[in-house]
Ligand binder design. Structure first.
Ligand code: NAP
Ligand code: MG
Length: 528
């Protein structure tokens, strides 16, 4: 027997046929090497499919396809581009149940979250950027006169968001299609073409997205999907000199590799990275709300970049908070993520489970206490064969402790106390990260004072995880470079251009007005 069975190009997973080869220039293709790699399900750690293992030839073919498709897509009028993005959203909605089940089989996140929250949001992401393109991406015009001017001769400045070219989009496994849609939708709306490289641990829904986009009428080469390992397919893509943008979500070490590769070509790069976000419970907080928000940090088995994994609680309410937290957390049901009664599913991979447990065991060995959890869920792992880790809360840790400083990316929270606002801020800001923070307080002015002093891309007050696509999203410090969302996305995915016209060199009839320029945009003639 060979080590891997001959790959079936269209395995059936959760009743869905999925073509696990690359999608390049509007067709499916295997790797030139003929090699594949196994994709496992964290639910029971069994093999779901063999996936084409892309390398340089596939990366280069995909970038060439994206480059060839770029001029026509960039010249497609915005309303026509928007129509196709809405058709992709329709396709996501039509196949919502399939996408929910496939994603759950592949990465182990709860099917109930995929049905209710994630997949509807994926569709919304396409609709949002389509609508932003046609409704909100106004072209500002403003007039300039130089200070040396004797005669009044106005120059009209006209700002346009021109498509940039082929974009490489690289995504992690914790929320695959969600992250992919956050990048693919604005990149395509902006008039760019795309090569997507999904994570090797969760490659399946990207393959389905390629089918959905083709059915929606997206021309060949506009969206390409290259499967494979980051160090092979990913590296070949980010090194390619024809790539005009790289958008990456993942870990800090990978971001450093990518930034280095991008530097060689001066490719603009957007990096959304890890976090070690604080959740501050002030002494005036509603404790029920605080406990509810704290327990929410176990969502997706702790595999959420934004998770407020460091609970920082005022010392006067710590005993009461901890008691209530333990009560609430022990009511969580851990199990098969396909079961809608499950609150916490498995972690993604055996290697990840080992890594999580390493953090916990080292913390305990250094004197921390696991007041709940503290190890894998052995009962479940024996019964289901999967990769389940018990929700864990660590106390007794100093600010320098590894478990306080490093992203664990599992269901592990730490708890520290503070006695003043200054101390709360010092703890909250005392890591290398700056992705997000949550403040729980019953006093608006107090919450605002704390929020103003936090170093974070997003601060939530008395809520968590709500992301409005009109607002900027990204991280400070080691948590990222750049912001995406609303106009910020178009700023990143476009080449901004200012056209300065000496107004009085034209007759009055030829002088553009704002109204006329937006008509020009409608016809697409300034998007070539
Ligand atoms: P990762 O190991 O950095 O991988 C992310 C992606 O990069 C994967 O597709 C990976 O491929 C690829 N990659 C690896 N090496 C590469 C290279 N040399 N060149 C190009 N691509 C390469 O991250 P992860 O473990 O999948 O995801 C977890 C991390 O993502 C956590 O740190 C989490 O906080 C972060 N995250 C951040 C956000 C945010 O918005 N800020 C959101 C979600 C997750 P392989 O799959 O083959 O390794
Ligand atoms: Mg998988």
């Amino acid at each position: 027997m060979p080590p891997h069975p001959t790959p079936t190009p269209t395995p059936t997973i959760a009743g869905v046929h999925i073509d696990t080869r690359h999608w390049i220039n509007g067709r499916r293709s295997e790797s030139a090497s003929g090699e594949t790699f196994p994709d496992l399900s964290p639910i029971d750690n069994t093999e779901l499919a063999q996936i084409s293992r892309g390398g340089k030839p596939e990366a280069h073919a995909a970038v060439a396809a994206a480059k060839a498709a770029f001029p026509a897509w960039a010249a497609t009028p915005p309303p026509a581009r928007a129509r196709i993005l809405h058709a992709i959203a329709d396709g996501v909605e039509k196949r919502l149940e399939e996408l929910a089940q496939v994603e759950t089989a592949d990465n182990g996140a709860l099917v109930r979250s995929h049905r209710r929250g994630v997949m509807p949001r994926v569709a919304h992401n396409f609709r949002f950027f389509a609508d932003w393109l046609t409704n909100n991406l106004s072209h500002p015009d403003f007039d300039t006169k130089t200070h040396t001017e004797v005669h009044s001769n106005t120059r009209r400045n006209h700002v346009s968001w021109d498509p940039a070219g082929p974009c490489v989009l690289i995504t992690p496994w914790n929320a695959p299609l969600m992250m992919e849609s956050w990048k693919v939708a604005p990149a395509l709306a902006a008039g760019n073409t795309v090569v997507l490289k999904p994570a090797e641990w969760s490659p399946l829904t990207a393959s389905l997205l390629a089918d959905i986009a083709a059915e929606a009428g997206l021309p060949a080469g506009v969206l390409n999907v290259v499967q494979g390992y980051g160090a092979e397919a990913g590296q070949a893509l980010v090194e390619h000199p024809d790539v005009r943008r790289i958008s990456f979500t993942g870990s800090v070490p990978t971001a450093q590799h990518i930034a280095t590769a991008a530097a060689a070509n001066l490719t603009p790069t957007s990096l959304e990275l890890g976090g070690k976000s604080p959740l501050l419970v002030l002494d005036d907080a509603d404790l029920d709300l605080a406990v509810e928000l704290a327990v929410e940090q176990y969502d997706n088995a702790g595999q959420v970049c934004l998770a407020g994994t460091r609970l920082l609680v005022h010392e006067s309410i710590e005993a009461e908070f901890t008691q209530r937290f333990i009560g609430r957390a022990s009511n969580l049901t851990q199990g098969d993520p396909r079961d809608t009664a499950t609150d916490i599913g498995p972690n993604i991979h055996a290697r990840q489970l080992e890594k999580i447990d390493g953090f916990v065991q080292r913390a305990v060995a250094a004197g921390a206490t696991a007041v709940i959890g503290g190890g894998p869920n052995t009962d479940l792992n024996e019964r289901l064969g999967g990769l389940y880790y018990r929700p864990t809360l660590l106390t007794g840790l100093g600010q320098d402790a590894e478990a306080v400083q490093e992203e664990i990316f599992g269901p592990v929270l730490t708890l520290q106390t503070f006695s003043s606002d200054d101390e709360a801020i010092a703890l909250a800001n005392g890591t290398r990260f700056g992705l997000a923070a949550t403040v729980v307080s019953g006093d608006r002015a107090h919450a605002d004072r704390i929020a103003a002093r936090l170093v974070a891309g997003t601060v939530w007050v008395n809520c968590f995880y709500v992301r409005d696509l009109r607002a900027p999203f990204g991280g400070s410090r080691r948590s990222g470079v750049g912001r995406e969302g609303g106009t910020w996305s178009f700023d990143f995915y476009c080449d901004l251009k200012n056209t300065v016209t000496a107004q009085q060199t034209f007759t009055a009839q030829q002088t553009f007005t704002t109204q006329q320029t937006s008509t020009t945009q409608e016809s697409g003639s300034d998007h070539g």
